[in-house]
Write a protein that binds this ligand. Sequence first.
Ligand code: T1G
Length: 698
Amino acid sequence: MKHPVRLERQNGVAVIAIENPPVNALSTAVRRGILGALHAALSDDTITAIVIAANGKTFPAGADISEFGQPAQEPSLPELCDLIEASHKPVLAALHGTVLGGGLEVAMAAHYRVAHDQTQLGLPEILLGLLPGAGGTQRAPRLVGVDMALDMMLTGKPITADQAQRIGLVDGLAGDDLRDVVKALAAETREVRPTRDQRQHLLDGKQFMARIAARRAQLRPKALAENKIVDCVEAALLLPFDAGRDIEREAFTDCLASPVSAGLRHSFFAERRAPKFPELTQTGPRPVNSGPLPVNAVGIVGGGLMGSGIAIACLDAGLPVTLVEQGEDGVTKALDRIGAHYQRGVETGRITEAQGSAALTHLTLTTTLDALNAQDIIIEALPEDLELKQEMFRKLGGIARYGAVLASNTSYQDVAVLQQASGRPGDVLALHFFAPAHRMKLVEIGVPRNVDPQAVVTAHALTKMLGKMPVRSAAVPGFIGNQMLVAGRRAADRLLLDGATPAQVDNALRSFGFPMGPYQIQDMSGLDIGWARRRAQPEDPDPRYLSLADRMCEAGWFGQKTGKGYYVYAEGERHGVPNPDMLHLLAEERRAKGITARKFTDRQLRDHLLLTWVNEGARLVGTGTATRPSDVDAVMVHGFGYPRWRGGPMLDADQTTPFQILRRIEILQKEDPSLWDIAPLLREMAAERGKFADLNEA
Ligand code: T1G
């Protein structure tokens, strides 16, 4: 492996050049390389100044997050930063790209900093449930003052090079000649300037402490990393540098050990692992007729809620869209929906008038399906009716250009039927967007067995162009997300049958961190949707099937849209109160089934659903529907509001251990055999004392 750090010497200046793509993360090898180069430069009498720079996309974008949780390796980043700062020769940092976290801490330990004018600089550790652990909490307030330091650390948001220069975080800016500018500056620099000795922002202790108190008052007491950040910045004022740095070290260790940080770090990697489809290593995207991109024009069939949302996502990515709707009325409704989105964007200042109109110039609305004869991908977004979709794919098969990809936005129809209808099965797959499609990052790509891998790569490329996170699923009805959802709902309904109420289940999941509970969500999306699907399928033979939702729909209670569902909603209200008539129907159903209601604690309700999701996730991974357990986590977090700082059900399972999970499910299975079909993979994991994380590198 090429050494990740090189030392170049020129005209008395030593350049320590880091090369550890893709983001020059400060791994153990990089830290050792920097240390070795630093020692060599310090002991070389011909060298009068040292430059730290990086090749490739960016100056280090942080510590190597993948090393956290492993035994610490010398030199630690804090030690390395202290050695850089203690250099008896001036050290200058040449900054470019996204200088984040530990990367910015290395820069702040240098004596001078010059940034390329397009550089972003930030301390985003809070997004990982951490804090800057390499001296950042002590050096940032010394360089930029208490307010800016706390802003950067508590929001995690980067600032521009201009802002950084204005607040004194960098001493100067440069263009593409950054490296030469910094080398020239180094050649004439003789003075060291240790950041730890900078005191200009610490002189007004009273004002500093007032700012600390004000910030502390805004924090939730349980927000560990946020409170620790304020404590460390307070120490920067009150204590000598080394004592403050020791407090920071302790605080960092506490945060690193917290479940919140474990969950956020898990999510960080899960979101980057999910888009790693096997097809990407096999082939490239489909050839296109015109344009430089894998997708240069998109066709959409259906301008309803989903079709319009998908159109907006494509228009926002600068892609021309041809949207086909039925009849002039359909076209008008679609245009109203899409136009209203851009109108709202202009009114709220999110976009300019010009941006709104530019996006709309890329939109062609038509009633003519033949207009879809040139696009690189066509996305069908019709209602969930198999015959309707089948007929559409039959038509598209004869209209779409040779090589175009045909994607269905279906939630749970059988993609194989659409492949067959199209007459070109190799071109057909599913692109399951989540509503609202222009905002939700998650897109499930449903991959049928006999689809052409190039078509998958083209669909994957489109999702990345839209700034989304593609997750691969076998093309089975419901893919990953809806199968997890249906399993959870089935388990929740069993809890209602046995004595819980919808409000109790909703409250239990909200206190776990979900924004909404399953029954609130069903009221919001409309109970009639699930009802229509159930009526299209054979009657559920399960004696413990809860027919409450069917009874409610028969009574015309569809949820928010009818003002009555699991909850009753006052006019225009989105928050309802439990529907007493629903509770009456529920009590009747229990009586009819001879069930005496029992009490559940929040914890019991929550654990019951968690165990259901883990078992279903294990089934989806075991059957190859999902590629890896962390994909199931990414879908639950980004599709259904599972708290991102918890990582997901499969991470939760690892923290309990699959062995324990199986034991607990076996107890529940005795009480309710038909609900618990234990996934073979879970049994395997338990028997081997393994962890689901062992399968994440798949
Ligand atoms: N460590 C290890 N791997 C990293 C990494 C990091 N810090 N940052 C990115 N990667 C990997 C990522 O997993 C992916 O891998 C590839 O790089 C491209 O990432 C002590 C404790 C820099 C803005 O939080 O915000 O320093 O998929 O897809 O969209 O105080 O990566 O190729 O195998 O995101 O161009 C603080 C996290 C760390 C920055 C680039 N730093 N990274 O975005 O690429 S903690 C961060 C990002 C720390 C110190 C503390 C983004 C990016 P793969 P990507 P991108």
